[in-house]
Design a protein around this ligand. Sequence first.
Ligand SMILES: NC(=O)C1=CN([C@@H]2O[C@H](COP(=O)(O)OP(=O)(O)OC[C@H]3O[C@@H](n4cnc5c(N)ncnc54)[C@H](O)[C@@H]3O)[C@@H](O)[C@H]2O)[C@@H](O)CC1
Ligand SMILES: [K+]
Length: 492
Amino acid sequence: MSSITSSKMRAIDANCTYLGLSPVQLMENAGAAIAREIMSKISSGKVLFVAGRGNNGGDAFVAARHLATNTNYEVRLILLGHSSRIRTEESKQNFSLLSYSGLTELKEIADSKELEKYSGWKDNDIIVDGVLGSGIKGAPREPESTAIALINSSNSFIISIDSPSGYDLDGGEVVKSVIADMTITFHRMKTGLELPGSEKYSGLVKVAPIGVCRDAEEYVGMGDLMSLSRRNRDAHKGNSGRVLIIGGGAYYGAPALAALAALRTGADIVTVAVPENVADTVASFSPNLIVIPLKGDRLNPSNIPVLKNLLETHDVAVIGPGLGREKETLETVEQLLPLCRKAVVDADALFELKLPIKSEGKFILTPHSAEFSRLYGSEIPEELDSKKNVVSSFASDNDVTVVMKGKVDVISDGSVARLNRTGNAGMTVGGTGDVLTGITGALFAVNDAMDAASCAVFISGAAGDLAFKNKGNGLLATDIIARITDVILGVL
Ligand SMILES: NC(=O)C1=CN([C@@H]2O[C@H](COP(=O)(O)OP(=O)(O)OC[C@H]3O[C@@H](n4cnc5c(N)ncnc54)[C@H](O)[C@@H]3O)[C@@H](O)[C@H]2O)[C@@H](O)CC1
Ligand SMILES: [K+]
């Protein structure tokens, strides 16, 4: 299995919480794995744990408790700082258990000078480094920086928890780091621990499983939303995404639903370009929409110059909702796609889509399984793993990102395939596909295709699940739009 970044690991941890596997359970497994490694290395001896106030320190608390159950070990632990400043509940809980765990010494030292004077640095068989892990930001500050220097100047065998403290697991610049003899990282190998020269800091690297649910990685969850780009405090209008919806003509509700969903997902500017016969109707749905009427009552080649200008001022185009399948409309879509830098292609725009699209642009296609089957030119297998393989190779062959909608959605950019199970039977009502494309467009404007596509199906399904709680099978596409912000704000 390939290595992962620390932000991916944080997303997996958060997905575990979303599924009901609590951080305290993972911490228990992480700490127990460290204690087991120490016990397999020495059958008795002196072990000093140096712990920070984050969850890396929490792992150290658990490991110290496990190790101290065996009286062959003399276990000491220094907390860098005051216990009142321990960051998380799970870490606090594990720290308080140490008073009852038979440690030889338990100290809280916040001051660097006092840390230097501490008598327990000498003659340890092992020093365990739980100072900083994946949560580090910037160069180590005090007292962590002094602790790192003191650990490095000891003659003991040094085991780092998850990461040598100070080392960037994503491979960024290292200002000051523990030089470990061994690093035990959790769940999966981390990108930064595979880089050339990283062994100078990490020593031997072992990967310890901590009982992460398989679905926490494979299925999109709340944790994945953490990797979406965040709005800058000093952002200007437009920085958070400009979305151009190209649709309508045959229908008028579909482009309006996509546009409103994009706005609720956080896009700054959403422009709806629709044939003039439906422009007033679309505009009448909401004063929040900017509607540009296009000549004619269906999308046609004479609209291309206007759309070309609009594409230049928007980050992403959403092409398809309510277009209809007139020959000239589908030909216009074919001519438009190469002009797009980024586009979400849905509904009628998928109908006669010629792949691969001859363009430098990036594309997300959002077919349901019948539409996918038509594009793929064959039946889709029933079994989920085979489905994943089919979607993945289709995405790779055509250089697109695909969301194949279904009871379980399959998302792939050709190199990674993810699954999503949010959503419910009530969402078979009309318009839900348009809501998904709108969400996808808003996310794609400011994120890469795979993150945008995966998070969009999750958000759309989760908003549908919230709507279902109140409305049951009577839920409407507009009810889903009304719950998008609840999902994004984390009210699940
Ligand atoms: N569910 C989870 O999230 C799990 C996390 N685990 C452990 O938790 C670690 C990540 O925990 P956290 O996110 O709490 O982060 P860390 O424990 O790595 O560090 C965060 C703490 O250090 C402080 N800090 C950040 N940068 C600093 C700097 N440059 N100088 C001094 N102090 C600094 C922060 O204010 C915070 O208090 C992992 O490395 C792993 O060891 C494990 O318990 C397994 C499960
Ligand atoms: K560490």
